[in-house]
Design a protein around this ligand. Structure first.
Ligand code: ZN
Length: 105
């Protein structure tokens, strides 16, 4: 076998492997049961407590953080929310609505 042949033989399986993993990744993302995990979503610099799917990054159930007070509910200041949920994963999102509302996983 010449050097040139060896190179081309090596390249074929590599290419196939890459293509195969791309397909399975796409399949995994479209056909799965969402697995949601708590996280902190950061939108426009403000934190929202929510959940994201660990497989596709879809977000849901997010809300501002409120605390009950004598007048009803009070929205917690951002810095307190960041401190309180510092144990959660944080994701910056460009939007909280629509199909683009997802985190990178
Ligand atoms: Zn999902």
């Amino acid at each position: 076998m010449s050097n040139k042949e060896r190179i081309s033989v090596d390249e074929i399986p590599k290419y196939k492997k890459k293509l195969g993993s791309d397909i399975s990744k796409a399949e995994r993302k479209s056909k799965h049961k969402h697995e949601y995990k708590d996280c902190l979503l950061v939108y426009n610099g403000s934190p929202y407590k929510g959940k994201y799917c660990v497989i596709c990054g879809k977000i849901r159930d997010w809300d501002v953080c409120r605390e009950k007070c004598q007048y009803g509910y009070l929205q917690l200041p951002d810095e307190i929310v960041f401190k309180r949920y510092s144990n959660l994963e944080q994701f910056e999102v460009s939007t909280l609505w629509g199909p683009d509302a997802r985190v990178l996983v």
